[in-house]
Design a protein around this ligand. Structure first.
Ligand SMILES: NC(=O)c1ccc[n+]([C@@H]2O[C@H](COP(=O)([O-])OP(=O)(O)OC[C@H]3O[C@@H](n4cnc5c(N)ncnc54)[C@H](O)[C@@H]3O)[C@@H](O)[C@H]2O)c1
Length: 219
């Protein structure tokens, strides 16, 4: 496995946690040359590329469309949409036939809510990218799917909840949980299990799918 993110220190620590043999490469997914180099490093160091997970993402801010800062909108689309596109563009030709590309969208790639114009737009956009790539790559047996996680118990999500609800971490979390049919956050492991499923042959007949892992939030 080869991990890609921005910060070399954080990557080194994450690679140690994942276990021996885990490689890392620092790259900004909005930079075509860096993404190309990350894919090249993967094939060079691991010998082949079977599974790609386009996971990097940023949220932006909570603001109505009419007040949403233009630069922030552009930044969110750059990371979430251009980034996913560049990962797909460079990884797909390098992948083995029969491989799997998974793009991390969100429950708000299927629905939306007030104040999240940039994030929801970006997470809907990658569904279009996924469907196009799924059709293009089918002849090589490469499957392309999106995963749509609901609120997950980590810092990325708690920060959003505090900004959206405007209350304490616990109160904001409860407000979100009251909207989720299963009435709780996902654990990061529950999201990872769904990604592993899409990566594996257990999902061999799935391509072009939008897999919601959201406790029923998108129902
Ligand atoms: N946490 C949730 O509840 C939730 C729900 C639905 C979808 N998601 C999606 O899951 C994905 C992972 O998010 P997370 O919750 O683990 O949050 P996170 O902030 O821990 O992970 C996002 C990672 O993306 C990296 N990143 C940001 N910009 C980058 C860039 N330009 N180049 C390379 N890497 C960059 C960050 O450094 C960070 O490590 C994101 O796409 C997010 O939108 C998260």
């Amino acid at each position: 496995m080869l991990l890609v993110d921005l910060d070399p220190g954080a990557l080194e620590r994450a690679a140690e946690q994942v276990g021996s043999g885990t490689e890392w490469f620092a790259a900004d997914v909005t930079n075509a040359e860096q993404v190309r180099a990350a894919v090249g490093a993967t094939v060079e160091r691991l010998g082949r590329l079977d599974v790609t997970f386009a996971n990097a993402g940023v949220f932006g801010v909570v603001a109505p469309v009419s007040e949403y800062p233009v630069e922030m909108f552009e930044r969110v689309l750059a990371v979430n949409v251009l980034g996913s596109f560049l990962v797909a563009k460079y990884a797909l030709p390098a992948m083995q036939d029969g491989g799997s590309l998974i793009i991390n969208s969100s429950v708000v790639g299927l629905t939306s809510d007030v104040g999240i114009a940039a994030y929801a737009t970006s997470k809907h956009a990658v569904v279009g990218l996924m469907r196009t790539a799924a059709k293009e790559m089918a002849a090589r047996g490469i499957r392309v799917n999106t995963i749509h996680p609901g609120p997950t118990d980590n810092e990325f999500q708690h920060k959003i909840e505090i900004e959206a609800v405007g209350a304490s971490r616990e109160e904001s979390a409860r407000a979100f949980e009251s909207m989720i049919p299963l009435a709780r956050h996902a654990s990061p492991e529950e999201i990872a299990h769904a990604v592993v499923f899409l990566a594996s042959d257990e999902s061999a007949f799935m391509t072009g799918a939008t897999l919601a892992v959201d406790g029923g939030l998108s129902i």
